[in-house]
Write a new protein. Sequence first.
Length: 247
Amino acid sequence: MAAATRLISRLTLVTGGGSGIGRAVCQRFASEGASVVVADISEESANETMGSLSGDLRGQVHMAAVVDVSSKESIKKLVTSIQTHYFQPPSVCVNAAGITQDEFLLSMEEEHFDRVIQVNLKGSFLVTQAVSQALVACGASKGSIITVGSIVGKVGNLGQANYAASKAGVQGLTRTAAKELSRFGIRCNCVLPGFITTPMTDKVPEKVISKLQSLVPLGRLGEPAGQLIRLLVKLNCLFSLHVCYSE
Ligand code: NAP
């Protein structure tokens, strides 16, 4: 199948689709023929992403939706509205919603620890569970769920005890989901990006960015639409193994 149409007729849900990596995923998947549900906590940014999607290929219908991935109720509403709209659950789901609330461990507020875990880790669990439940309930023969971890979950990072813990958790969650859901034809993979230029990294002080850049062999941060996206598209077409990746 030609690369440009290899995701034709795939209904894809992207959380965090209103910004950064999630937005680049929506754009690439749409350009490869998928119908995309752009879900984000911000309605405005979800709509903005939707307005940027190509939709020239047969049967492509995109949708923007508001969701708070840390709320089971909100995810239930989202999955129901997708099924009402498309008469099927998404067969591809990319969990790109995420936040940082950086502070050094010695002064980190408990609520900042909890919030990052709730959005990044519990959010990935709730979305993975809701989508796989819907796929199993409708007897779908296959599905692909992708979570977004981070290199920080493997090696840690100053000021990111909460974020590093959440992303390490996302890996464990995904490895387990892959083992449990394979018998339903649902593949689960976790990608571990290095540092990518997005609104999330825009918050990082310049001197920290320079330090990080010096650790990257190419001497620069990755781009949201770079190699990472090529890997994500491949995961939906080819791979069936858990993949750990760092750009
Ligand atoms: P981003 O540009 O900030 O995008 C994240 C999106 O998720 C934003 O639109 C954000 O909305 C949304 N969001 C936040 N909380 C949410 C919630 N509770 N429910 C639904 N949506 C929510 O960040 P990004 O850099 O693209 O990050 C995407 C994913 O990649 C995250 O999981 C991040 O941890 C991971 N990652 C990023 C990097 C990097 O270097 N950029 C590296 C490794 C992993 P608001 O803007 O309104 O909060």
